[in-house]
Design a protein. Structure first.
Length: 93
């Protein structure tokens, strides 16, 4: 079991802490420890810094990609553009 399947296939409400704990444990993780760490000040600060950075970079959804300093690309249907960027293509040419 994984979080994606739990949420999208099995319709488990992973926003519920008890449900999330169960999924984590069934997936072979130490669910109690992960939930404890997720509530730590250090992790919360890192989350806020990452959100602030994403906002400044123009990220507005998941998945978002930036390859080789190019513009942010949003959406799994644009992976071909990310691939092109990784191979050296630039929209700035």
């Amino acid at each position: 079991m994984n979080l994606v399947n739990a949420a999208w296939v099995d319709d488990i409400p992973i926003g519920n802490e008890d449900a999330l704990l169960e999924v984590l444990c069934k997936s072979g993780f130490d669910g109690e420890e992960l939930l404890k760490k997720s509530k730590s000040k250090e992790i919360k600060e890192k989350l806020f810094k990452n959100v602030e950075k994403a906002y400044k970079e123009g990220v507005f959804g998941v998945p978002s990609f930036r390859a080789n300093g190019q513009e942010v690309i949003f959406g799994q249907d644009r992976l071909n553009v990310v691939s092109d960027q990784l191979c050296g293509w630039s929209s700035k040419l």
